[in-house]
Design a protein around this ligand. Sequence first.
Ligand code: GLU
Length: 509
Amino acid sequence: MSAEVRVRYAPSPTGQPHIGNIRTALFNWLFARHHGGKFIVRIEDTDQNRLVEGAVEAILDGLRWLSIDWDEGPEVDGPHAPYEQSNRLEIYQRLTEQLLDQGNAYYCYCSREELEKLRRANRDSGEGNGCNCLLRGRDGAVAGMPVGDDDRVVRFAMPRTGVTQVHDLIRGDVEWRNELQEDFVILKSDGFPTYHLAVVADDHLMEISHVMRAEEWLPSTPRHLQLFKAFGFQPPEFAHLPMITGTDRAKLSKRHGATAIGEYEEQGYLPEALLNFMVLLGWSLDGSTEVVSLQQIIDNFTLDRITKSAAIFDQDKLMWMNGIYIRDLPADDLAARMAKYIPHPLDAGEQDYLCNIAPLVQERLKRLDESDDITSPFFGELASDYDPDTLVQKGMDAEGTAVALQAALRDLESDTSDDDFGHERLEALLGETGQRLELSRRQFFGLLRTAASGRSVSPPLFETMEVMGRERVMARIGEAIIKLQGKLKSGHPKFNNPEFTVNNTPSDD
Ligand code: GLU
């Protein structure tokens, strides 16, 4: 491509940015980065009734979270500032004057009811669907009308004959019969432009080379092309991105789990994973590779790799991809990200502790919002909040379990290799204890697992114990014994007897 690539993401701040909308931003950004061009953010806030407070911040935060940076736009400004359309009203008004002077536009004073009547009449008389206000002569000439009415709008006089054609870089040649197009409004009665006028004006003034946007905007393209023509502006290239559907092929909605970008962050998706997932909503490297690095994406982000057919949004795939990215993180990076999802503040020691925990849970963690739950066995009292019955393994009773825990505690206490609390050492030491007690590995390690972590399922037992450290492990085994004691009759004579073997049937004396 010879001329500089300049693309724009032009969100309307009418709510929280959703995944489909952010996909448009992402594709434009990737296209700009691939070509060494410029990525521009323009806020299309001309529909004053639909503005939602905080939406611009949410949009920009979403981009920042995904590390999508912009070269021109809000906060960074640039040679074509301002980048908020509400601050560019004079430009649109001036351009409207130009079209009025040229006879490409006219004032319309019709009420909604009148227009509806006209639309019906046009349809019945075979004039097409176009809604053309009566002030425009039926031969296509524009009637001059008095000015000064507050309710008037300015309409663009669409050509009545011929076709408007575009060569869309993704969809190929598309054409529309002009007689079916209506004379759309370009300037509203409040002096604000409509989307159509503002988008054409700004795409020209901001020297946009490619308009890459969602397919739903394709039907607006003939209007835009006619406006470009009327102004005498060279239109940009167009590339309409494929629609996104759910796995049921219905248009993407909240029901498919497609939520606002901020919610993905809350739910613990990694921005890198979401970005990789989103890029596959319409682009593919080779039709099969799913996990693609950002650099690989940028290097290969060409329009011929964008599909025409609808892209399917599959929430399960996103979850799977998130797991892949989580497993790929270095431990300290993962720990730092997990910390944000743990509601209680972590002091420096606990943060280090979390760095050691992270590799143990990395395999099982699918979303960062599971961090609190998955690490709770490692922290404070959370772990002891379990039912003592879960300590008791199949084929054992509470008393035998308590005795086994006491034996473990004793062996840990009498272990002289103080500074070796490594998992291999622990496995050898406690493996012997279990053998001496004539318990199966499943039984003995099962009860140790519950005692140490409060869970019957946890990361590998001895690695977990190693990370928890001697003090914590011994304290927890002690707590487990107390829990079991609470269940047993107090003062059971054999309970504290070290010679008591777990296979004995406890007698009730
Ligand atoms: N403001 C429009 C939107 O919110 C932009 C459409 C376009 O890119 O032309 O989607």
